[in-house]
Design a protein around this ligand. Sequence first.
Ligand SMILES: Nc1ncnc2c1ncn2[C@@H]1O[C@H](COP(=O)(O)OP(=O)(O)OP(=O)(O)O)[C@@H](O)[C@H]1O
Ligand SMILES: [Mg+2]
Length: 222
Amino acid sequence: MSAVLESLRVRRGYTTGRGRVDVLRGVDLRIEAGEVVAILGPSGSGKSTLLHLFAALDTPDDGEVLWSGGRVTHTLPDIARRRAEHVGLVFQHHYLLAELDALENVTLPARIRGRDVSREGRDLLVAMGLGERVDAPLHALSGGERQRVAVARAMVLRPAVLLADEPTGSLDRASAIAVYALLRALARERGSAIVIVTHDEGLVADADRRLRLVDGTLHATT
Ligand SMILES: Nc1ncnc2c1ncn2[C@@H]1O[C@H](COP(=O)(O)OP(=O)(O)OP(=O)(O)O)[C@@H](O)[C@H]1O
Ligand SMILES: [Mg+2]
């Protein structure tokens, strides 16, 4: 069976005023269904760059990103629909809409694609401990509550892979642990794989694999 997400010799660099920077220098990774993989690494090592490529929000200079065996690039004509079906995205800054309530934030991306997921969205918010906050405007929620809304939004279409870039980076320790635990429980229940980028090695101690991005390639941590 094909891996849900695969990266083959992926390279990506940038040309800046100070010359060429080769950020990713041949990243190979294979993520199986339901697997939880943490990616660690210092600031500037290319973790966000890599996650953008995994989400087909960007295209490698060389190498390939595959979703369930199919090659993807951000320039494919139907990539937005395919992305919505295959991956869920959570960022450090949640990009939710302040004036909408929690449930509207969760269901909006699906609604744009013509799908009514309000029942599923409500169930997810209840599962995330936000049953009392479903109708609350986003600006009335705490940081941890907002991140839980962001996780619910990412999971509502049952993606094969959840890609999370420092999803707990702006939270205090207790909220970070709570959000990560909910994210894991939800992904396990639904069979979604998780790729989580974090600076917090302790947080992801229970991940199936912990990899470190060093000098543009991934290495197993010991
Ligand atoms: N669009 C861009 N143009 C030029 N350089 C970029 C661009 N995006 C990222 N970079 C550079 O690529 C390198 C990797 O950036 P990236 O954001 O992937 O790091 P990161 O590992 O996510 O860091 P952090 O832990 O701080 O979030 C950095 O040196 C950054 O300055
Ligand atoms: Mg980053």
